[in-house]
Design a protein around this ligand. Structure first.
Ligand SMILES: [Fe+2]
Length: 458
């Protein structure tokens, strides 16, 4: 960690300590007594003058009802807003993993950041098969894994996936892509060894890694199963949500019938499998339960047997920002409405200079990989500074949310990029919470710097 990075980490740890003490309604004297600190020193820890070290974290987690993790900030490994991993660095980390005693895949890490849940790998298929059968015994299946997986295919790659007891094989070509759900077994092979056959396997945690996983691990198996809600289209998606809120509010069907003016029979129906509600009924129920209509609407998924496949040959493409002298041509890659904040795009860069109209800004984290043979110039703005870099084929990058970025060609050869944008922990719920805080709240939320009241009084 550089001195600046360590300083930032220390500052964020100090703010978390103050924030936690405020939550627990401890002023400095109380905190010092609880944590066994010298009188007058707590403020030094919360201002960054003294470090929040392991001993202090351990003591806090012992005497206060919190976890060490609650007091630990994340590392900022992307201080410039964009960080690059060169193809040579990727190659240096190459490793072959064997299945059944024989090399099956060559893995190379590509750009990752501690700020986002990406685990993007470049993976080459070492196993060559002669057919497109899902039951080919030379196909080595994995056991599935936690992370969602977006996969972009390059060359003659066979994609295998299993849902329930059925296995499938889809022959893929360059430009095809697939989005897959967690824990479904899958595999990849090459149809020939006479041309490159590899994938960009961009796995990411979405909301599944982090606090939710840790909370459920404590609650246990049974609650985790009971908390699972079906997506839209399932007979129990609407009744599941209604019943969940009714239990939360401790209300009976009779009470909800009374609040909504709906007939008791109709309410029983709405709480039973197969129920659908009219817009009016949804509005009445939302009002009666004190929620928003969107809280009663399950998200939909277009995945089939656990995957959403998008072949390049029928993918939608469009020019950006307009048809005249476009800066880019985008092609929509695989995705799913279950993840509205994931966007996968193939970017064909068309221009050698990028105008202001070509600036791309998003609330999402971004991952970038240079496909094809042409280098690309990347320009971005961060902390009021404009920066540029040239990325060569095989280079990859991570870009922080809201960092404006443009791509342009460095010569006649037009670059092609793969862009995968994902949500972080700042979900729409969090963004709405930020938007409804009292004045000055957002700044204190990200770096609490004071006791929650004034000792001197107002
Ligand atoms: Fe995978």
């Amino acid at each position: 960690m550089s001195a600046t990075a360590a300083e930032g980490f220390g500052r964020r740890a100090a703010a978390l300590l103050r924030s936690a003490a405020n939550d627990l309604k401890r002023d400095d004297e109380n905190a010092e007594r609880d944590l066994g600190l010298e009188p007058g020193t707590f403020a030094d820890h919360t201002s960054g003058k003294r470090p929040v070290d392991w001993a202090l974290l351990r003591r806090a987690a012992e005497v206060w009802p919190l976890n060490e993790r609650d007091l630990l900030p994340v590392h900022d490994d992307c201080p410039a807003g964009l960080s690059v991993l060169r193809a040579a660095e990727s190659l240096a980390g190459s490793r072959v993993l064997a299945r059944g005693g024989e090399g099956y895949y060559e893995y190379r890490d590509t750009a990752m950041s501690r700020i986002a849940s990406y685990r993007p790998e470049w993976i080459r298929m070492l196993r060559v098969v002669e057919d497109n059968s899902a039951d080919n015994p030379r196909v080595q299946w994995n056991r599935g894994h936690l992370l969602y997986q977006f996969t972009y295919f390059v060359g003659p790659v066979n994609y295998y996936y299993r849902w329930g007891d059925t296995s499938y094989c889809v022959p893929m070509e360059t430009g095809d892509s697939v989005w897959g759900l967690p824990f479904a077994p899958h595999s990849f092979t090459a149809r020939t060894d006479s041309e490159p056959a590899y994938i960009l396997a961009l796995t990411y945690g979405g909301g599944l890694v982090g606090d939710a996983q840790r909370e459920l691990a404590v609650l246990g198996r049974r609650p985790a199963h009971d908390l699972a809600l079906p997506v839209a289209g399932s007979p129990s998606s609407l009744p599941g949500l209604i019943r969940s809120f009714m239990a939360a509010r401790c209300v009976t069907p009779a009470e909800i019938a009374d609040r909504t003016g709906l007939a008791a029979d109709r309410l029983t129906e709405l709480c039973s499998p197969g129920a659908t509600a009219t817009e009016t009924e949804l509005a009445l129920l939302a009002e009666a339960l004190g929620v928003s209509v969107r809280d009663l609407l399950a998200p939909r998924s277009t995945s089939h047997h656990g995957v959403s496949i998008q072949h390049g040959r029928d993918a939608r493409s469009w020019d950006y920002p307009g048809k005249d002298d476009p800066a880019y041509r985008f092609t929509q890659l695989a995705g799913d409405p279950l993840h509205p904040h994931t966007t996968a795009l193939q970017v064909d860069v068309r221009a050698t200079t990028a105008s202001d109209d070509a600036r791309l800004v998003t609330h999402q984290h971004q991952y970038l990989y240079v496909l094809g043979d042409a280098p690309v110039e990347v320009a971005w703005e961060h902390d009021g500074q404009r920066r540029t870099d040239v990325l060569e084929p095989g280079d990859s990058a991570y870009i922080e949310p809201l960092v404006p970025v443009t791509f342009s060609a460095t010569g006649d050869a037009l670059p092609r990029l793969l862009l995968l944008r994902i949500a972080g922990a700042v979900t729409p719920e969090v963004r709405h919470a930020l938007g409804s805080m009292a004045q000055g709240g957002i700044d204190r939320y990200i770096a609490e710097d004071r006791l929650w009241y004034s000792k001197e009084g107002n």
